[in-house]
Design a protein around this ligand. Structure first.
Ligand code: F6R
Length: 640
């Protein structure tokens, strides 16, 4: 079926397929690529592939490697052209795209070295233009690209064609957008290290490919995907130029599809079955659209905004408004662990048992306080037995400068309390030497990672102290997948799941808080959430688990929409300040470049999001609070 013919997709200008998850999409695309290669091999024609780097295509490359190893797919007849390369990075640099492609794909398949092309990021400035033209010429000489694989940046870039790139642009030197550099900051261990320029194929070069598939995972991409697919083509969102291509498809997971009209506002593009969730979603949307509190929505508002059929089924507006208002009202509670001895029939949490055993899973130190610092404090104050479990040490995210300060402190302490050959002195000396000797992008040695992990432990303890959580209530799991991994290259295994299972079975919580459910699957938060999901499936038949509720919290990148929230915990200006203070304790996570503009620091972002959610509730006509943290109830999958 042609996807354009479906009613629900009438607004989509690019055929877009939504997959259950990224792996499902990558299996499909890898199968298509294998068929293309085999067809071309049989016709003794080369297959010319345009390739992308970044987190997005990693799973596709894993599938291609699997097909090579298990099904004998040969890449001897394949020519590849990569989209882009950072300018100024030699091939040997760990973050060069040349290195990335070899690590992720080329070193594991039988592609001849001469068939691989990545723009050269080291040509002198004066030769860049000629080098870019030569790159285009090579693509032409190879017969043009059979298939171009793309990811998409949060600026809407394809390749490194940032906003402002024209449809006709060709391979060239470009300046990276601030947001793109921020997104790359983790890979480069700090934004200051991210190159400012890159060489990229142009939009026109990409559009010359005979077929294009753009991949996108995770909710952070949902906004740009919806714009690229549904809005008019514009230079401010270069991916939207793909609309002009005759053979382009987007493969997205559910989270990346979540802002498409057919998902977010399906009632606008066809008839829908009005589930309770959809009714709430649509009324909240209407209230925001017409900027009226829910209780003031008129029948005309519904009918003038494509919701006449909801009125017919559930109207008139008066009763519908009251119903949704009450639903929203009942999400609000100052008692996130349940209010003891109170009627809980309209509260998000059960009154009993009280106190509850509560487990907060935090992928890295700081996710907990960023997402639910105010609620954590409430839970402790209301007498619950709260344990915070830090799943990973977070040591990859600590800049060297912080570690150098810490090692100095250890050295001073050692000098004050022990001899110069004591263990702490030796550790400080050796680790200090390693830190000074390493160049900016060398991986950290085990002692450096240990030190950085300890530093984050200290920050976490200080932050939690501010929330009333005692040190004895903190667990550091230091999951192994993280300790042996690198960004984008985490491969969790049974032992990681077993560790989460063991924690759950030991603590037997009545309430679990977790995060990362809709994030990019290669992110730490998503990997950690997947472990919780698997662990919950494993303990699903344990007696205690029947009494356990799982709540999802959100980080600062992708906050909840008001209609997605099942529990809204409001707090006062004073409590917001206390939360900000707690987040502030994670000093190693502050932005590494001077703040040039806007709200960049994590504590500022958290504060802004909590205030914004409160303003949203106010706009809907509910009480006007200073700040709100939102949670969604999650129903764990059944065992097996
Ligand atoms: C990479 C590239 C970029 C990325 C985009 C998304 O070669 O050209 O356009 O595809 O920045 O990056 P990830 O996949 O890391 O989210």
């Amino acid at each position: 079926m042609n996807v354009h013919t479906l009613e629900s997709q009438q607004r989509e200008r690019i055929p877009t397929e939504i997959f259950g998850d990224a792996d499902e999409a990558c299996v499909r695309l890898a199968t298509e690529i294998a068929a293309l290669i085999r067809r071309n091999d049989a016709a003794q024609r080369p297959t010319v592939l345009g390739l992308a780097t970044g987190s997005t295509p990693v799973r596709l490359y894993r599938q291609l490697i699997r097909l090579h190893r298990q099904e004998g797919l040969s890449f001897k007849g394949v020519l590849t052209f990569n989209l882009d390369e950072y300018y100024g990075l030699p091939r040997t640099h760990p973050e060069s795209y040349w290195r990335f492609m070899h690590d992720q794909l080329f070193d594991h398949i039988d592609i001849p070295a001469a068939n691989v092309h990545v723009p050269d990021g080291t040509v002198p400035r004066a030769d860049v233009f000629a080098s870019c033209r030569a790159y285009e010429e090579k693509i032409r000489a190879a017969g043009g690209l059979d298939l171009q694989i793309l990811g998409i940046g949060r600026t809407g870039h394809i390749g490194f064609n940032e906003p402002g790139s024209t449809r006709e642009s060709r391979t060239r030197l470009v300046t990276l957008d601030g947001l793109t550099r921020r997104d790359a900051a983790r890979d480069f261990l700090g934004e200051a290290n991210v190159p400012r320029h890159a060489i990229t194929m142009g939009v026109g070069t990409i559009l010359d490919a005979r077929a294009i598939v753009l991949l996108a995972w995770g909710e952070a991409k949902a906004g740009v995907i919806a714009q690229a697919v549904e809005a008019a083509p514009t230079e401010t969102l270069p991916a939207s130029f793909l609309q002009g291509h005759a053979n382009v498809r987007f493969f997205v997971d559910r989270a990346a599809a979540s802002a498409l009209t057919r998902v977010r506002h399906p009632w606008l593009v066809g008839s829908v079955t009005w589930t309770p969730a959809l009714v709430r979603q649509s009324v909240v949307w209407l209230s925001q659209q017409v900027q009226k509190p829910v209780l003031k929505l008129l029948d005309e508002d519904y009918s003038e905004h494509g919701m006449a059929d909801l009125l017919t089924e559930r109207g008139p507006a008066y009763g519908l408004n009251i119903k949704i208002f009450n639903e929203l009202q009942h999400t609000i509670t100052g008692w996130p662990g349940g209010k003891p001895n109170a009627d809980d029939s309209c509260r998000p949490e059960r009154a009993a048992p009280h106190p509850k055993r509560v487990v907060v899973f935090s992928p890295e130190p700081s996710h907990d306080v960023l997402g639910m610092g105010g609620t954590l404090r409430r839970l402790v104050e209301q007498g619950h037995d709260v344990t915070v479990v830090y799943q990973t040490s977070g040591n990859l995210a600590v800049p060297d400068e912080e570690a150098i300060m810490a090692v100095d402190l250890v050295a001073e302490l050692a000098a004050a309390f022990e001899t110069s050959t004591g263990p702490a002195a030796v550790f400080a000396r050796d680790t200090g030497r390693e830190l000074l000797a390493k160049s900016a992008f060398d991986g950290d040695t085990a002692p450096i990672r240990r030190l950085k992990g300890l530093l984050r432990r200290g920050e976490a303890r200080a932050a939690l102290k501010g929330c009333g959580v005692a040190a004895a209530q903190i667990r550091f799991s230091d999951l192994a997948f993280y300790e042996r991994g690198r960004y984008r290259q985490f491969s969790p295994d049974r032992a990681d799941v077993a560790s989460v299972v063991a924690m759950l079975r030991e603590l037997r919580p009545h309430q679990v808080f977790a995060t990362g459910d809709r994030d990019d699957p290669s992110s730490i938060t998503a990997v950690c959430f997947d472990l919780v999901r698997k662990a919950c499936a494993e303990v699903a038949t344990d007696d205690w688990f029947a009494e356990c509720r799982v709540w999802l919290y959100r980080g600062v990148e992708t906050p909840w929409a008001a209609s997605e929230i099942d529990m809204a915990v409001p707090f006062s200006p004073r409590e917001l300040a206390q939360k900000t203070q707690a987040v502030f304790h994670h000093k190693s996570q502050r932005s590494q470049t001077p703040v040039a503009m806007g709200l960049r620091e994590p504590w500022q972002q958290a504060e802004q999001h909590n205030r914004a959610l409160a303003a949203t509730y106010d706009g809907l006509g509910l009480a006007n609070y200073e700040a709100i943290e939102g949670f969604q109830r999650w129903l764990p999958p059944a065992k097996g």
